[in-house]
Design a protein around this ligand. Sequence first.
Ligand SMILES: NC(=O)C1=CN([C@@H]2O[C@H](COP(=O)(O)OP(=O)(O)OC[C@H]3O[C@@H](n4cnc5c(N)ncnc54)[C@H](OP(=O)(O)O)[C@@H]3O)[C@@H](O)[C@H]2O)[C@@H](O)CC1
Ligand SMILES: [K+]
Length: 466
Amino acid sequence: MRAAEQEAIAAGTPGFTLMRRAAAAVAREAAAMAPHGARVAVLCGPGNNGGDGFVAAALLREAGYAVSVHLLGEAGRLKGDAAEAARLWAGPVEGPALPPAALLVDALFGIGLNRAPEGAAAAAIAAMNAHGAPILAVDVPSGLDADTGTAPGVAVQAARTVTFHTAKPGHLLLPGRDLCGALVVADIGLPETPGRLFRNATALWGPHWPRPRGHSHKYTRGACLVWSGPSLATGAARLSAMTALRAGAGIVTLAGDHAALTEHAAHVTAPLLRVAEMPAELLADPRLTACLIGPGAGVNPATLARVEQLLACDRALVLDADALTVLAGRPEALRRPHPTVLTPHEGEFRTLFGPLPGPKHERALAAARASGSVVILKGADTVIAAPDGRAAINDNAPPWLATAGSGDVLAGLVAGLLAQGMPAFEAACAAVFLHGAASTEAGPHLTAEDLPAALWPVLKRLYEAP
Ligand SMILES: NC(=O)C1=CN([C@@H]2O[C@H](COP(=O)(O)OP(=O)(O)OC[C@H]3O[C@@H](n4cnc5c(N)ncnc54)[C@H](OP(=O)(O)O)[C@@H]3O)[C@@H](O)[C@H]2O)[C@@H](O)CC1
Ligand SMILES: [K+]
């Protein structure tokens, strides 16, 4: 953000012009939140976030709102663009105590927050939260660290946050995403800056989406092997297999012992069923393009032996659940010269990689580098990280996706896309995004069994997009 701002300024756009554009977006959002003419209280801080607040206040007053401006600190100590902004505000500048108002604009701290708010700053944030009016946060809810999504102390709970140019990690990672309320990203005319950290969206992986052609047959669409758990633990692999088929893999094989396959046979029709003791018995088939192991597998020496056999093969591989736990503390064992995707939740992640420091996307990146694998670190704010340094934060998962079996569906989705030759990072990002979109499609009270069906309309819409 700072680099984009510097580049724009160097190219001839004054910083104050950027501030005016930012403030115009703030005023636009405020007008959408408060009835025309209503009282709006704007709380400004000592830096340029406060500057945005001053300019927005002037614009809102011009538009007919009854605006009061409150400053934390002394007007005489404002510098640069913020000082210029304060001069634009012709009305009185009051202390931080807030009057009754229909809307509060939080322009206290933005991306310049550098420590936990204390004293008067903490009190001002607490007073905003206790006020009762909805809060529109400028750039970042004050107190939230835009780089990490964490709050070092007290933070504003906004109803809406308007940020500029692009979402920051703190808007997407929890608890930051919840503190933001609805997120609006406003264009302020900054140049595109090359980056390696993304918000997960169709544009990130759409160009790699595998589209079957007229001459496709089931084996050219990719063949996927899903290793089953034993009898009475087969449901997880079944969910994965059905989702891999739905994702477009031409053929999916469920493999395991006879008793397990008997259970599968009672439930599914499309997947092939193969009795096998070890994956190597099936890897001789050259048409097989991707394998998945872990759902329902069990944490035991047999699972470890099967995982090691699959790691040694030359197919794309997804390791989930128990297949990750059996490799506790040995991420280097995952290094292989073929596409590999790991799908740990926080507990499995810690077991495999140990405690890593830093925000979620940095921990996922460190794990991706340590394992040479694409890591999907699951949660309500799932992060996808690649060993080459790319990472994406996903924010489209509804809370009702937290249900038994949804992880098995995700693993199957990744495997189905890998089977079709999609590159690992893109396949992982697509799977996480579509998983969230399918849960939104299915709606509250979904069960994991609903997800493969809910994926169908979501996938069909992908093909309708230009
Ligand atoms: N970049 C861009 O392209 C654009 C940026 N724009 C806007 O500028 C904002 C960034 O402005 P910024 O850099 O001045 O930082 P900002 O968030 O105002 O905070 C710094 C001030 O807060 C203080 N302070 C910090 N923590 C504190 C604490 N815990 N408790 C108490 N004080 C604390 C800190 O004080 P100090 O550390 O010096 O004591 C300093 O005075 C950005 O979020 C966006 O709104 C737009 O106008 C358009 C284009
Ligand atoms: K703010």
